[in-house]
Structures are given as C-alpha cells and as structure tokens.
Design a protein around this ligand. Structure first.
Ligand code: M6R
Length: 606
C-alpha cells in the first residue's frame, strides 16, 4: 500500500524523506515521489519504479528545503506511471495520499465544471483541487482543507503542503498516519519503522484528526475545527529491530527471530506458580455468558484464527466461528449480543478486518484485537487488545507474526479456561511448560536451514505444489502454500488431506510435489493413507513430521523432521520449515522476496 512520509524542521528534508521512504518500501509500491519546499517554490520529482530511481535524480539536484513530503504509490486508480505518481498538485497545494476516495468521480465532474483541469487518472488528484476550490471561495488554508476532507468518502491518510503559507497538514480517516515528535522537528509517516531511527516518541492520529505544522509549532484539530489532544507515546522498538542485521532479506531475519519473538509474547504473562495466564489491562466480558467466539482476519492472520479455533473448541468446548474479514462483513452474520469477537492482525490496519470489527461491535459483540502494532486502529478501537510483541515485521510475507499469534491464542485459551473453571491450575501449569519449550524447539528447526535450502534447490523448478494437512495441520498447509505462492510466484494450493480424493488428486503426477504436514497426532494414520494415494500417482512427497522413523518417512521424496510438541503448538514447529522452504525457493529464483510483486504489507483498502 502507499506510504507517506513528511518532515517539518530545521534540517535539510530531502535526505531525511528519502531515507524514511526507503524504510517504507516493504509496504509494496510501484512509483515514488517527493515535494520539497525551500525558500521559493515547491519542487516536485516523481518516478515510476523504485525509490532508488528517485534518489538518483535527486542526488545530482542538491535540492534545499526544510519542509517536505514524499510518497510511495501502490496503484489503485490509474496505472503505475509518472503522471499518476504522487505528489499531486493544484495551485500552490500539493498532496500525497494513501487510501481510496470512493466519491472521486462525482467530485471530479463538479470540479471540472468549475474550471479545474486534471492531469492524472488518480482519485487523489481531486483532493488538492477541492482544497484550492474552497480557498478560491475565500476560505483560509486550514478551513479549506477541513471542508475538503469533510467531502471525501472512503479512506485516506494525507499529507498536504501549502507553498505560500509554508504549512504542512497531516490528516487521516481509516488509513494509518503517525506523527514522530523530535527535538524542534516533526515527522509524519504511515508506519513506525519509517522514522524509528529519528525518534521514539509518536502521536497516533485518530480518524478525522488534522495535525497542522507551521513554523515549528504543531496543533491538532478535528475536521470540525475543534482542538483535540493526543498523547505522545514512547515506542521501544530499536533501530536494529527495523533493519536487516546482516540477513539478506527481512523475511529471513524475521524467520530467525521467531524464538525471541515467541519468548517476548510470553513475557510477563505466564504465572507458573498459580497455573494461570494474565494479559495486562485485559478485562474480558462475562465469559460464562459468551455463546460463541468469532475469530476474523485476513491472509496469514486468518490461518492463525483457524488454529485458534481448534485450540478453543478442543480445550474449552466453546463454539468458535472463523471467517475471512472480507466475507464476514457482507454475510449478515448471526451474532448474539455478548458474543466475543476477536480480530487478529499483524498491522492492526487491515481495512477488511477493521470493517469487520466495527460490524461486530454494531451487532453487540464485545471486541478483542490481537495485534502487533501499538497504536494501530484495531488496537485502539477494540474493547481489549493483546499485543503479540513480535517486533516490527517488515517482510511482506508474514512469518513471526503468525507464530506469535498462535502463541497468543494458546495463552488466551488457557486464560479463558481458567476463568471458566474448565482448566485447572495443574493443567495450565503443564501447558505453560509446553509453550515455554517452544522457542528452544523452533531454534532446533532453524538449525536445519542448510538442508532445507538444499531441498529448495531440488524443487525450485516445479511450477505447481499441493499442500495437505488434516485438523489443526490444515491451516499450516494453507499457510505454507500462501508463503510459497506469495514470494516465489509458484502456483501452490492447500487442501484438507481428506479432500484430496474429491478432486485435486486429478492433478497429481510426477510434476507436482505434494507437501504433507503430518505430525504423529490423531490424524496421522489417515494422512499416511492420503500420502499413499498421492505416491500411487507418482506424486513426490515432501513430508513435514515429528516422526522421522515411520515407514512413510522412508518412502517420501523428502523428509523434514521437526521436534514434537503439544497438539495445539505443533503448527508453530511445522510452519517454520515451510517458511524456510518458500524463502529459499524464492531466493534461488531471484524474486523480490521482501516486496513481492503486486503485494502490500498492510492492506488498507477494502
Ligand atoms: O496485518 P494483517 O495481519 O491484518 O494482514 C493480513 C494479510 O494481509 C497478511 O497476512 C497477508 O496475507 C500476508 N502477505 C501474508 O504473508
């Protein structure tokens, strides 16, 4: 998705903005641009392609200016091109935008009739025109911005620069935007990693906020013109956490960070002595009255929900319904007041998930979000929030967010189980011992990385993969297939192993590797049967299991053995080799692993 950065201070803005923009590259984009206001006019440069292309033209230009905006664009309206790249300008107003203006066509028609001339195919371009239109009617700059924003329908985070008044405005509605507070300087950004090397103090703007920066002063008002007060919060992510630290890609670094990330998820929450789990500040509603739990998310986070469903239903016998957020919202779900709705999201900014949570709230559910990003919309809007504490996840392909989400769900199951008296102190103590061992076990899976890299070399030229798993291993299979297709562009699909014979078996031959996620749990024998069926059709089996001695292991084309864990925690151990397999295949194929084509890290449009 688009990335916004801005600066207002005393230093030269150009390098600061380009550095911040390059730290947002992980969000996914197709063009980049910058606007700098020096002593005279605003200077704009835009390029199709990477930030590096923009940097090249700026290097020779030695542009001066201590106020500016920069942007990476992920095309929604209009092809990726220089003319559609941001910033967009009308008169002396320049705008960068993330989101979608749903009523842009109507606005554009009206503005055109009023004499405004448009030069791009974007929805964004209506914003500077609308602002200048209000200004031409006599409004002050701030009032013109306010009135323009009030007319927009859809989602937006915008940075707006007014040449003649040397004023910068940052405003948002349903798209993230933060303000970084420095010493005598301010930064704006779509996400914390962009400016974490500049400051650790942040203001998380709320919907309809407008932060106005003028001559080193900042004031926040809402679109009604009323002053609002927003807390400055400290974020303890180090710069190193948001950098590659010697790894060739963020994704690989993040895969290897999982033991630490899971330990951080557990930190301060487990009470071994009492056999209990506490989440600071979380007060769940009357759990005995909860008839159903809903777990809703997108992509990888949705797969984590599917695992959470197994945990809660198996251990607590409370019905759990999972759904993709984009489906949930439009299917008129039958929720009962008091149901518990859990929204799961790494970024906390996924538009579909936010919309689903709002829908659930309007139907009387109590809301809990499981998020990684402090200050994100889902974290702020939910009645309760549990942070995964995975640290910044920069690679577009989600890895440590997934395993920490599963860890949170395990802890949540124990927490609810104790409150309802379903799990006893001894039970929980035992389970806590199991999850405490997980970081060490993940480390031992990571030790097998060289052999997984070798296997990747043997499979990188196949064009189709089938992933199979049963029960709690099915979401792991879905996640393994998602990882492979996202970053290597190889077609991969996942099926519940028992479903294979109902259709996908027709595809199996020696050109289609079959990845079986099959630990020695209660579904093991059945999945072995499915592997037999695949092998009978010349399918090459890649077996991920904690049982390396089974005769199936001897007959599989590849075996990746992982340690054993409790049934509910085995997915954490099974997914790590699949993350590595996908990573190494993509790396060998030479794809853009951290910023795969067409994908965005945080999907802030519906
Ligand atoms: O930030 P979220 O967890 O809400 O993001 C949800 C999906 O967009 C995300 O998991 C996506 O599927 C990833 N690219 C998966 O690797």
């Amino acid at each position: 998705m688009c990335g916004i950065v801005g600066y207002e201070g005393t230093r030269e803005a150009c390098d600061i903005l380009i550095d911040a923009l390059s730290r947002l590259e992980y969000r996914g984009y197709d063009s980049a641009g910058i606007a700098l206001l020096g002593q005279g006019a605003i200077h704009i440069e835009r390029r199709k392609g990477k930030v590096e292309e923009l940097r090249k033209i700026l290097d020779g230009a030695s542009l001066k200016g201590s106020i500016g905006l920069a942007h990476t664009r992920w095309a929604t309206h209009g092809a990726p091109s220089e003319k559609n790249a941001h910033p967009h300008r009308a008169g002396d107003v320049v705008v960068v935008h993330n989101g979608i203006i749903e009523n842009y066509l109507a606005l554009k028609e009206r503005l055109k009739k009023g004499g405004h001339v448009f030069v791009s195919d974007t929805d964004t371009e209506v914003i500077p025109h609308l602002i200048t239109d209000y200004a031409q009617k006599g409004g002050s700059f701030v009032d013109s911005v306010r009135l323009a924003l009030k007319e927009l329908k859809g989602s937006w985070a915008v940075g707006i620069l007014k040449e003649s008044e040397r004023t910068l405005v940052a405003a948002k509605n349903e798209s993230p935007l933060i303000v970084g507070v420095g010493d005598g300087e301010y930064f704006i950004a779509s996400d914390i990693p962009a400016i974490i090397n500049r400051t650790d103090r942040f203001i998380f703007l709320e919907d309809n906020d407008m932060a106005i920066f003028r001559g080193r002063d900042m004031r926040i008002i809402n679109v009604e013109g009323e002053d609002v007060v927003r807390e400055v919060r400290q974020v303890r992510w180090s710069t190193e956490m948001a950098e590659k630290g010697g790894y060739s890609h963020f994704m690989l670094k993040e895969i290897f960070e999982q033991p630490r990330a899971i330990s951080d998820t557990l930190l301060g929450r487990t009470r071994e002595e009492e056999g209990d789990v506490e989440f600071e500040g979380v007060v769940l509603p009357d759990l005995a009255a909860v008839r159903k739990i809903w777990m809703v998310a997108c992509g990888t986070s949705h797969h984590a929900c599917m695992i959470g469903k197994h945990m809660i239903e198996t251990n607590l016998r409370i019905p759990v319904e999972t759904d993709m957020a984009s489906e949930f919202r439009y299917r008129n779900p039958i929720m009962l007041p008091g149901d518990l709705f859990i929204a799961v999201s790494q970024s906390g900014e996924t538009a579909d998930t936010i919309a689903a949570m709002r829908e659930a709230r309007s139907r009387g559910a109590s809301t809990l979000s499981v998020c990684n990003v402090l200050g994100s919309t889902l974290a702020r809007e939910a009645d309760n929030v549990i942070f995964t504490h995975a640290g910044p996840e920069i690679g577009v392909a989600s890895t440590k967010a997934f395993t920490t989400q599963i860890s949170v769900m395990f802890l949540l199951t124990l927490h609810i189980g104790r409150r309802l008296g379903i799990l006893g102190r001894h039970d929980v103590r035992e389970r806590l011992r199991e999850i405490r061992a997980i970081p060490r076990k993940v480390r031992s899976v990571l030790d097998a990385a060289p052999s997984i890299r070798a296997a990747a070399g043997r499979y990188m030229s196949f064009r189709d993969f089938l992933f199979l798993g049963r029960g709690i291993n099915f979401p792991t299979a879905l996640e393994g297939a998602l990882k492979l297709k996202e970053i290597s562009y190889i077609h991969a699909e996942a099926y519940a192993a028992g479903e294979m014979k109902h259709g996908p078996i027709a595809l199996i031959d020696d050109g289609m590797p079959v990845v079986c996620v099959s630990p020695a749990d209660r579904t093991y024998k059945k999945t072995c049967g499915n592997m037999e069926e695949a092998m009978a059709r010349k399918g090459n089996i890649i077996l991920i299991s904690d049982d390396g001695t089974h005769e199936m292991a001897a007959r599989a084309a590849e075996v990746i053995t992982v340690p054993s864990a409790a049934y509910e925690l085995q997915p954490i151990l099974s997914i790590v080799p699949l993350q590595l397999l996908a990573y190494y295949i993509a790396d060998l194929l030479g794809t853009d692993v951290d910023q795969p084509r067409n994908l965005a890290k945080s999907v802030t449009v519906e």
